[in-house]
Design a protein around this ligand. Structure first.
Ligand code: UFG
Length: 317
C-alpha cells in the first residue's frame, strides 16, 4: 500500500514516515519545507517538495497512491491570531485542493490531523469527541472547518475518512538516522522550552493563578510514537462513506509545574523558571477522553510523561 504523507518533513510527519516505512508501507511525501526540513525525509521515499496550494504538485504527489495521511498545515496558535488569512488559505484552502486532487486521482482514503483546539474552552473534562466545538483561536477554527469539509466529502464523494484530534504531542523517535527531533523556530511548546531553560533564559510559566491545584495550566501529553501507532490503526479502520473522529491523548493531565518537575528529574538538575502573565487564548485544563480510540481502534498509549521528556531531551543532544 502506498501512502502519501503530507507534511512528511515535519516533526510528526517525519516520525510517521520512519515508522511506516519500517512496517512495509510505500511512502510518498509532499512538503513545501516552510516549517519542515528536507533532510528529515529519508532516501528511498518519493519526495515532492511542493505545496498544497499548487494543484499540479498535488497531482504529482498523488500518483500511485492508495491513501493519504494529511499532517501538513500551519499549527501555531499565536501566529494564527496574527495571521488568520494565512491559516485559512493554507489549512482550509490547501485541504480543499488536496480533497479535489484525491477525487481526480480516485484516492478515497484519508486520515487527517485535527486538534483539541477545535473544542475551545471545554465545559466538561475529560473531553469526548461529541463535546461542543467552540474554538478560541483561528488555528482551531480552521481545523474544525476542515473536519466539517471532510465529513461532507465522505457523504458526497463517498470517501473513507478519520479525523484525529491531537492533544499535546511530545517525545521523539530514535531511528537508524538518529533522533527525529522537534525543530520549530520559534519554539513555543512547553517541553522543549523547559528542557532548554537556562539561568539567562529561564522558561516562562504562563500564569500561576489558574483554577487548578497548583495554579498552572493542565494539558494531556501523548508520545509521538503512540500517536503514529494510532494513525496506522486509523488507516486500517477506514470505511467508504464514513467519517470518524477520535481524540488522541493519554487520558491524564499534567500541570506546567508537573512537567517542569519531570524535566528536572530527566536532567538531574533544577529548571530555572520565571513567573509570567497568562498567555492569551490558553484554556485552563485540556484532558482527552480516549475511550473511543481504545474501544474502536484498539489503541492504547504506552509511554508516560517521564519517557516523553527524556526522549525529547535525548533528541536535543
Ligand atoms: N507554556 C508555558 N511556557 C512556555 C510554553 C507553554 O507556561 O514556554 C504553557 C502554556 O501556557 C500551556 C502549556 O504550557 O498552558 C502547554 O503549552 P504548549 O504551547 O506546549 O501547547 P498548547 O496546549 O498551547 O497547544 C498544543 C498544540 C496545539 C494544540 C493543543 C491542543 O501546540 O496545536 O496543544 O491541546 F491545538
Amino acid at each position: 500500500m502506498r501512502v502519501l504523507v503530507t507534511g512528511g518533513a515535519g516533526y510528526i510527519g517525519s516520525t510517521a514516515v520512519e515508522i511506516m516505512r519500517h512496517q512495509g508501507f510505500e511512502i510518498s511525501v509532499l512538503d513545501d519545507c516552510s516549517t519542515g526540513h528536507a533532510d528529515s525525509v529519508p532516501s528511498g521515499v518519493r519526495f515532492i517538495q511542493g505545496s498544497l496550494l499548487n494543484e499540479k504538485e498535488i497531482a504529482e504527489a498523488l500518483m500511485g497512491v492508495d491513501a493519504v495521511i494529511h499532517f501538513a498545515g500551519k499549527s501555531l496558535v499565536g501566529e494564527s491570531v496574527e495571521k488568520p488569512d494565512l491559516y485559512q488559505r493554507v489549512n482550509v484552502g490547501g485541504t480543499r485542493n488536496l480533497l479535489d486532487g484525491m477525487h481526480t486521482a480516485g484516492v478515497k482514503k484519508i486520515v487527517f490531523s485535527s486538534s483539541a483546539a477545535t473544542y475551545g474552552e471545554p465545559a466538561v473534562i475529560p473531553i469526548k469527541e461529541n463535546a461542543q466545538t467552540s474554538p478560541t483561536n483561528p488555528y482551531g477554527a480552521t481545523k474544525l472547518e476542515i473536519d466539517h469539509m471532510i465529513h461532507a466529502e465522505s457523504e458526497i464523494r463517498n470517501i473513507a475518512a478519520v479525523s484525529l484530534r491531537y492533544f499535546n504531542v511530545a517525545g521523539a523517535l530514535n531511528c537508524d538516522r538518529g533522533w527525529l527531533s522537534e525543530r520549530h523556530n520559534p519554539e513555543t511548546h512547553l517541553i522543549p522550552n523547559v528542557l532548554r531553560s537556562s539561568g539567562e533564559t529561564p522558561v516562562r510559566i504562563f500564569g500561576g493563578d489558574w483554577p487548578t491545584p497548583d495554579g498552572t495550566c493542565i494539558r494531556d501529553y501523548v508520545h509521538v510514537i503512540d500517536l503514529i501507532d494510532a494513525h496506522i490503526k486509523a488507516l486500517n479502520s477506514l470505511e467508504l462513506g464514513v467519517h470518524e473522529i477520535y481524540n488522541l491523548g493519554s487520558g491524564d493531565g499534567y500541570s506546567v509545574r508537573q512537567v517542569i518537575a519531570a524535566a528536572a528529574r530527566a536532567k538531574g538538575q533544577e529548571i530555572p523558571t520565571i513567573d509570567s502573565p497568562r498567555r492569551t487564548g490558553d484554556p485552563a485544563v485540556l484532558i482527552a477522553d480516549i475511550s473511543k480510540a481504545k474501544s474502536i481502534l484498539g489503541w492504547s498509549p504506552s509511554r508516560g510523561i517521564d519517557e516523553m521528556v527524556s526522549d525529547t531531551l535525548a533528541s536535543f543532544n
